[in-house]
Design a protein around this ligand. Structure first.
Ligand code: FBP
Length: 251
């Protein structure tokens, strides 16, 4: 098993996600959080277990800076925009494991759209990444997102468990999944993932109370933590919010 200690603490974790600039465009940002320096500052002061960046942001704001020693990096190896309205999305690989290591990454991440017609292409890329990363003792995190014509009109709870199981069988060390909407479904997904650890993705900004309740549910059913972006860096008090999430994760 690959060593997860660089990106976890006591077996639990909080990742700060900041790859939305590619996935959504600057529409998620304001004058403050559009600047990657401000996000790295939150990651450092909030003492999160990793920050998630795309390669360009890592190269220009992370590598060769003070943050390399302070905040572990998860380098996202694929990505796409939301401009192409394809019912069957494909997210191409745009960075290699070697490049990620050069940039200072402690782990790598890759999105698979489970249910997309391009699933097989993403399996192929993921498998090569997994082989190379594991040869170098680098953990692989699978963003297992249900999206595509094959997933239409199917039960989201069952699909989430399917995506989680897929993560295990493909060799992911950690999977990042969306909250399926109820604790029972999430619990079944965690069970289905077996020895692959599960973190839940934060999602669009919601009320602090509702969001923290979701974090509580995730931890109760056996997730190891959260990967949160907008609910932290769009908060009026990002460090305070980070502290509240951490308190729930490490209770
Ligand atoms: P958030 O907490 O802001 O939702 O970030 C998590 C994340 O998975 C990011 O890593 C990614 O950019 C984004 O959500 C993708 O969301 P979607 O594909 O649903 O637009």
């Amino acid at each position: 098993m690959v060593d997860l200690s660089k990106i976890t603490k006591g077996g639990k974790t909080l990742f700060l996600a900041y790859d939305q600039g590619m996935e959504h465009g600057p529409t998620d940002f304001d004058d403050e959080n559009v600047d990657p320096n401000n996000i790295l500052k939150i990651a450092d002061e909030g003492n999160v277990n990793s920050v998630i960046l795309q390669k360009g942001t890592a190269e220009k704001y992370y590598s060769d800076t003070y943050y390399v020693q302070k905040v572990p990096l998860i380098l996202k190896l694929n990505g796409k925009t939301n401009l192409v309205d394809d019912p069957d999305p494909y997210s191409p690989q745009i960075c290699t494991v070697s490049e990620a290591i050069e940039l200072g990454a402690s782990a790598v991440g890759y999105t698979i759209y489970v249910g997309s017609k391009h699933e097989s292409e993403m399996f192929r890329e993921f498998s090569k990444i997994e082989e190379e990363a594991h040869n170098k003792n680098i953990p692989v995190i699978g963003w297992m997102y249900i999206r595509g014509s094959g997933a239409l009109h199917k039960d989201i709870g069952q699909l989430t468990a399917y995506a989680a199981r897929l993560g295990l069988e493909l060799g992911a060390d950690i999977i990042k999944i969306k909250y399926p909407g109820d604790p029972r479904s999430l619990s079944w997904a965690v069970e289905s993932a077996g020895r692959t650890k599960v973190v839940v993705s934060g999602g669009a900004k919601e009320s602090e109370e509702e969001f923290l309740e979701m974090v509580q549910t995730c931890m109760k059913v056996g997730c190891i933590g959260m990967a949160v972006g907008r609910n932290i860096w769009q908060s009026d008090d990002p460090i305070g919010m980070t502290g509240k999430i951490k308190k729930i994760i490490w209770t």
